[in-house]
Design a protein around this ligand. Sequence first.
Ligand SMILES: *[C@@H]1O[C@H](CO)[C@@H](O)[C@H](O)[C@H]1NC(C)=O
Ligand SMILES: *[C@@H]1O[C@H](CO)[C@@H](O)[C@H](O)[C@H]1NC(C)=O
Length: 496
Amino acid sequence: MFRMARDYAARWPLSPMRNTWLVAVAIILITQDIGAQKVRVDDKLEAYPTESVDLHCEFIDGGGKTKLTQVSWIWEPVDGQRDNIAVYHPIYGQSFPNLAFKDRVVFLHNSLENPSIKISNLRMSDAGRYTCEYATYPSGNEQGTTTLTMLAKPKNSATVVTVQAGTKSVVVAQCEAVEGKPAATIKWLPPFGGNHSMSTTNGPDGTVTVRSEYRLVPTPADNGREVTCMIDQRTQDRPWVYPVKLSVEYPPSVSIEGYDNNWYVGRSDVVLLCLANANPAPTTITWTMASGPLPDTVEVDGNKLTVRKVDDTVNTTFTCEVKNKHGASSHQITTVVIEKKRVITSAPPTGAVIGGILGALVIIGIIVAAVFFIHKYHEDGEGPPKHKPPPPMKAGSSTEMLNKPSGPPTTAETAPLSPGEVYYEPTGAEPVTNLDDEATGALNGGAPPVFDDNINELKDHAADGHHGNDLDSSNQEAPAANIARGESFVSPAMYV
Ligand SMILES: *[C@@H]1O[C@H](CO)[C@@H](O)[C@H](O)[C@H]1NC(C)=O
Ligand SMILES: *[C@@H]1O[C@H](CO)[C@@H](O)[C@H](O)[C@H]1NC(C)=O
């Protein structure tokens, strides 16, 4: 007996101290004061189903006085239930009395001092307390206990629930973490105007299924909004995050655009557009006319109605009706045919916008021209003191100067004006004031007060295609760039 014990003791240092744990974290504690506690085991272990785990156990006998007779592993799935799953006796050998563990448990070393075991093909139900218990002489039983926690990665998913817009709070998205252990937590980001509910279901094997439903009172505006489901769980390195695009369906809402209050007799190709907001997309769009069937001069292509030639047959009310599976909705517009083209003062809102844009183009054109003009002066200006502030410019002359040169450079830009005939006239006045400011700024480089002589030069210059090169006085800081552009290198050099 003593000899055997000595043999085992001699073999001990050769045995591997630790196998690679399959477990994320193994907190190893020497459970109690070594002097008192002679059986050393891991305090806690974690493992996943189908994998395996090593349960370590060593008998620490400082003085070598204790005699070991037998060691057993006892499994306690719940308090009070003790099942012996592995027994080692130095003479009688190994025994695995529990059928549930038979063929899944082996001793790692054929050693009474190191009766560590490996349990393979783990099941969720293997969780519990495992006690390594020695029968010794003379001190009686000695033991150490490892708690094995079985973990399970949840199967996560998030789904959208298509709903119809309404006034009641309904579930619009769901998120679930199925059969995780420990239980997952579910959050929704961002938590806009909605509620979420959480429910948990315990599985028979100790896993937990967590479900969360996101609710809100769905409006058309919520369609396409994103909510994000975030699932946190112990076995995941990072939260599982999944954005869900809400799907809210609603009947159409309809509007008609394109009528400009200026349907005069003889006008051609006026267009009405029927705009519908609907989810799902409209199935039908129908144009009707209050005065009867659509005349030959009216063409319909989906949501677009074109009147090829305006006459009194379209002096009526048009209705556009749009349907989808949730309902139908219509909008109507009364088009008044007038005898003569209307003039500016009653310019419709859309026309005004276009007019404004065109006006802006004119302004830009004039500014470009003016800056050119000024720069030209600057280049050709005889006086060496280029940095001197410019002589004050008379408002009258500036206006004149602007009006004249605005001709050539703006031609191209004002081309789109032709249909909008009227609108740039009022806005055309603005550039003069704006330009004064602009011009004053640009004139910092110096400009002689004489303008008339330079109009031709301006035209030439414009024809050269040098537009805009010198718009900004900051160019003075980069003369090299000017030279590179093929400008006269004399002029930039003078800035320095
Ligand atoms: C959220 O829940 C609270 C209490 O259950 C309820 O009063 C509230 O109306 C809910 N809000 C929404 C948007 O469903
Ligand atoms: C269109 O109808 C209005 C009355 O609704 C009428 O005043 C106008 O003269 C009509 N226009 C033409 C061109 O018939």
